[in-house]
Each structure stands twice: as structure tokens, then as C-alpha cells.
Design a protein around this ligand. Sequence first.
Ligand SMILES: Nc1ncnc2c1ncn2[C@@H]1O[C@H](COP(=O)(O)OP(=O)(O)OP(=O)(O)O)[C@@H](O)[C@H]1O
Length: 311
Amino acid sequence: MNPVIDCSGLTLRHGPLTRLDGLDLQVQEGEVLALLGHNGAGKTTTMKLFLGLLSPSAGTLSVLGGAPDGPHAETLRRRLGYLPENVSFYEQLTGREVLTYFARLKRVGRRQVDALLARVGLAEAARRRVRTYSKGMRQRLGLAQALLGEPRLLLLDEPTTGLDPAATRDFYETVRELREGGCTVLLSSHVLPGVEPYIDRALILGAGRRLALGSLDELRHEAALPLTIRARGRWPGVDWSRGWDDADVTPRHLNGRALELGVHPAAKMTALRRLSATPGVEDIEVLPPTLEHLYAHFSTGASPQASGDAP
Ligand SMILES: Nc1ncnc2c1ncn2[C@@H]1O[C@H](COP(=O)(O)OP(=O)(O)OP(=O)(O)O)[C@@H](O)[C@H]1O
């Protein structure tokens, strides 16, 4: 099956500045890819190249079977949904009027408008003016706008910035439903908490370069960061933080009832065996590095073009 996005050596220069530097990436149908990076890393630039709003200086790019900035653009536009970073609407219009307006621009039948408002949870607020909407409601209206025409590829630029945890979760649940329907989703974010369960892979960019690409498991394997093991129990008078002379295990004694170890992945089983054979230990918890740990590792470590392209 052809990838939905396929680029090789994709580069965008702007005068002396290289905004994107030789990106190699393939995204398959139904995949959710997170685009992560500090401010100015190149996330929006990448999305704008995929949308055909910018043309590459070098490299090749195919989106849904063609170059997005060529004659293929017109077909592509109907199969593509985009939620920009700073979405703004006519404040005096109701949510329904806003969506009807965008439906006309996208030449999509009005029938979709009410269905989409219901889908993003705005059915009851559809007749209220946008100026009365909360940040979360505006983002949901933005998502409804991006979903007009039932796109096969959805590009969401910082979709959850400013949303509270419950609204973020609701937003990502909608993304999950879309993915289940076969839609491919690219979402950029620097708000990492909450995103982990909803993505298949993450692309980490830094200064326009690919620093890492892979699923959470692949990134964990590549980073080989220590995992955390927590043991709880009763061990009056015994300091279980002692005796870990293995260089791969760093004990962090929390208190008399809980012990935390930083453990290199290769030493995991040894540490678990020892803990489970220890009298007084009642519970053991293994916490792998989170996406935030991985992001910090790759975006500070100098490992450009590090991981493989396979999904
Ligand atoms: N219109 C522009 N003209 C010139 N340079 C630009 C323009 N827009 C962005 N850049 C530069 O391109 C680089 C990548 O910016 P981009 O907006 O893609 O980053 P980003 O990862 O989306 O950042 P943020 O998280 O702040 O939105 C930065 O160095 C930025 O200053």
C-alpha cells in the first residue's frame, strides 16, 4: 500500500535559514503521528509543506499520491483537513453559521454541518455565538471545520494547547475514532502529557532536523533510558536501598515503606527477581520512560537521523 505521506530529503530554505533540513518520512494510512519539537523546530513548516502552502527547496514529497503544491493540489484539498495553530472565527456568527460558511468554501454539502457539530459535542451550543465559546469549544469547532468533507488526512497543529486535561482527553478520543475509520492524523504538540495512548509513532524535530522517529517502544529501545522500579512493603529497620552494587541500578530510597530504583533495561529482570525474593516486599511497579523523558533525551542529545523509518 502506498504511504499517505512520502518524503525524502525534504528541505526548505528561507534565505540563510534552513527551516527543514533533509526530512525522510513515510506515514501509512490510519497512522497517528505526533510531530514534536521545541519552538522553531520546524513542525509548522513541515505541515505547511504537506499542505502545499510552501514549496520545498530540495527533496521529494508526495501527499495522497501527488505533490501537494502542483496540479494535484485541488484534488488534495478536498481530502485533507487542517486545524491551524491559532484558529480564529467570526465572533458574531454562531457555531453552526461558521461551519456552514466553511462547508461552502470547501464545497461540502450542508448536511454534514449538523452531524459534525454533534460529533465534536457542540450540538447544543450550535446556535450560540462563537464569542460565548470557551477555548475548548473553539478548538472543537476548529476540529469540526477540519473534518468537513471526511478527509483522509488530518493535520492538527498544536490542537490541545490551552485545553484542560478533560478537554484534551475528549479531543484525543475523537482523534482515536477518526483513526479507527482509517483517517491518517498528524498532530504537532509540545503539550506531551495525555498524548501517549493516542499515537502510533512520534517524529522529534530539532532545528529543522529529524532527531528521532519511531513508536514508543522503538524510541525506548533506542534511547535505552533507565526505567523506574518501585517496591512497596514493610521493612522496619532494614535499608533496602543498600546492597545494590550493580552499576545498572541506582537506588533512590523514598521512605521506610517504599523503595525506588533507576534501572537500566538490561538489568530489569535481575532487579525484579531480587525484589520479589525480598521478604517484606508487597508490591512492585515498573514504570518505563514516558514520552516526556524520551522527548527530553532526544531533543537534548545529539543523535540526528537516529532511528529507522519502519512503522
Ligand atoms: N514566515 C517565515 N519566514 C521566515 N522564517 C520563518 C517563517 N516562519 C517560520 N520561520 C522560521 O522557520 C523555523 C521553523 O519554524 P516553525 O514555525 O516551523 O517551527 P515550529 O516547530 O512550528 O515552532 P512553534 O512550536 O513555535 O510553532 C524557525 O526558525 C522560524 O523562525
